[in-house]
Unconditional design. Structure first.
Length: 90
């Protein structure tokens, strides 16, 4: 069993469209755990999604906030993701 990350930040309409893609990714990777990286407004919505193992919060702080970026990177590395799907442009 491996871990897969889906990245999705964006507007509510984009989030609704991404739900189908999340289901497809989960269905294709039935033996893997699927995680989602998103922003605070969508945490509660995605935590209800049955196709996700867990939702990871990205606070989207400044890219100059190296302390935050380092901690986020360290947190994501612990999962040892084998695949990452970036759904930012769907």
């Amino acid at each position: 069993m491996s871990n897969i990350l889906i990245i999705k930040h964006g507007s509510l309409g984009d989030i609704a469209q991404a739900s189908g893609a999340i289901q497809d990714i989960s269905d294709f990777h039935k033996n893997d755990k699927v995680y989602l990286l998103t922003t605070k407004p969508y945490i509660d919505l995605f935590e209800q999604n049955p196709y996700l193992e867990d939702v990871i919060l990205d606070k989207r702080l400044s890219r100059f906030n190296l302390f935050y970026l380092f901690n986020l990177m360290r947190k994501l590395k612990k999962y040892k993701f084998i695949k990452i799907f970036d759904l930012q442009n769907i």
